[in-house]
Design a protein. Structure first.
Length: 150
């Protein structure tokens, strides 16, 4: 009996892993809300670091590290919510996200890689390094918004 239960659990886990990531959302509008909120939280955390890098906020190495770490983590979340049927409703997503998914995914991966570099720079506590990394992250965000956001 334990073998059957274990087999069923392994099978269920395998199905969950292999299911499209957007399947975690009950409705397409839930996915849109999720990605918008994840992007908002990412932007808020990145914005704190960017404000320090631009001299618009006092530099605080601890806050910069916390914010960069949060932005890096949350920057991994929204992409699963760009699934089939999530191109309608309250969204600024351009149709090109779904017609040029490879390029969109490339931009998302590039942004995530730059976020990792930002966290490394923030760990150093060196404001000049943070400025460089912030510029790179901002550039990836802008490229994606220019191509895929209305």
């Amino acid at each position: 009996m334990k073998t059957i239960a274990r087999t069923l659990m392994i099978t269920a886990a395998a199905l969950l892993v292999s299911a499209p990531s957007w399947a975690q959302f009950a409705k397409p509008e839930d996915a849109v809300k999720y990605r918008k909120n994840a992007l908002f939280v990412m932007q808020q955390n990145f914005g704190r670091v960017a404000a320090m890098a631009a001299g618009k906020a006092p530099f605080d190495a601890k806050v910069a590290l916390e914010s960069a770490t949060n932005a890096e983590f949350v920057g991994k979340l929204p992409w699963a919510a760009f699934g089939e049927g999530t191109d309608k409703g309250d969204t600024k997503a351009k149709p090109e996200i779904w017609t040029d998914k490879a390029k969109f995914n490339e931009y998302a991966e590039k942004m995530q890689a730059e976020m990792v570099k930002l966290t490394v720079a923030a760990k150093s506590g060196n404001l000049d390094s943070i400025k460089v990394a912030t510029g790179a992250v901002g550039g990836t965000c802008k490229s994606c918004h220019d191509a895929f956001r209305q």
